[in-house]
Write a protein that binds this ligand. Structure first.
Ligand code: CA
Length: 230
């Protein structure tokens, strides 16, 4: 739950493996998708914290995938490109990719770029085992002590309430569907009633909102899911 999950989208298995190895050594969780379709499936189910994608992909190409991702989230994206793909690289950056590396690249350089992007976006993971606390007006969330305060008063949350609030707050403004929340907070949607999410959101609002019936933090996006307003 505390580790950054990175999705690597690359059809060349040897590159994907080396990249994955270096990222894992640097303390990240890594998943590999070997084409654009698979990447979309994984993204919808697991909402990775970071995406590294090759522009030359079978099924759905890297640019279309970048656009697809940007339509749905502000997940950081680094593109892997060939030197001759300059036009595509520029298009990718204009679509909102955060950075790129040109093949052939050193895996260590890619890791540094990932860190730099995370730092720039304020999402870097602090050293293993610790994690940055989050604070917003009148609300703070400390993942280490798992203490949440509202107007400086600690509030008691259950483990799942805490995990859900922390997940949403780490991705401000990003909409999560009920299924994604079940997957990320409960570790799987199969055996759990999706109504569970609704119940947890309601309880969280009672604990952290001034007026639970008119929430300003945990917002419902009708027909889609929920998001955190920072
Ligand atoms: Ca490729």
């Amino acid at each position: 739950m505390n580790t950054t999950n990175i999705l690597v989208v690359e059809d060349e298995a040897s590159i994907a493996e080396v990249v994955s190895l270096y990222l894992k050594r640097a303390g990240y969780n890594v998943q590999i998708a070997s084409d654009g379709k698979q990447a979309m499936n994984i993204f919808e189910r697991q909402m990775p914290d970071f995406v590294i994608l090759d522009l030359m992909l079978p099924e759905v190409d890297g640019l279309s995938l970048t656009r697809w991702l940007r339509d749905r989230s502000d997940v950081p994206i680094i593109m892997l490109t060939a030197r001759r793909e300059e036009i595509d690289r520029i298009a990718g950056l204009e679509m909102g990719a955060d950075d790129y590396v040109v093949k052939p690249f050193s895996p260590q350089e890619l890791v540094s770029r990932v860190r730099a992007v995370m730092r720039r976006l304020g999402r870097e993971q602090v050293e293993a085992g610790s994690e940055r606390s989050l604070s917003f007006d009148n609300l703070s969330i400390d993942p280490l002590s798992r203490v949440v305060t509202v107007k400086e008063n600690p509030v008691e949350l259950t483990a799942k309430e805490f995990d859900m609030l922390h997940l949403l707050a780490r991705h401000p403004k990003q909409v999560f569907t009920r299924e994604q929340l079940l997957e990320r907070v409960w570790g799987g949607a199969q055996y759990i009633d999706p109504g569970t999410v609704t119940v947890h959101v309601r309880r969280l609002r009672e604990k952290i909102e001034d007026e639970p019936s008119k929430p300003v933090r945990l917002l419902t996006v009708w027909g889609v899911g929920y998001k955190f307003e920072p």
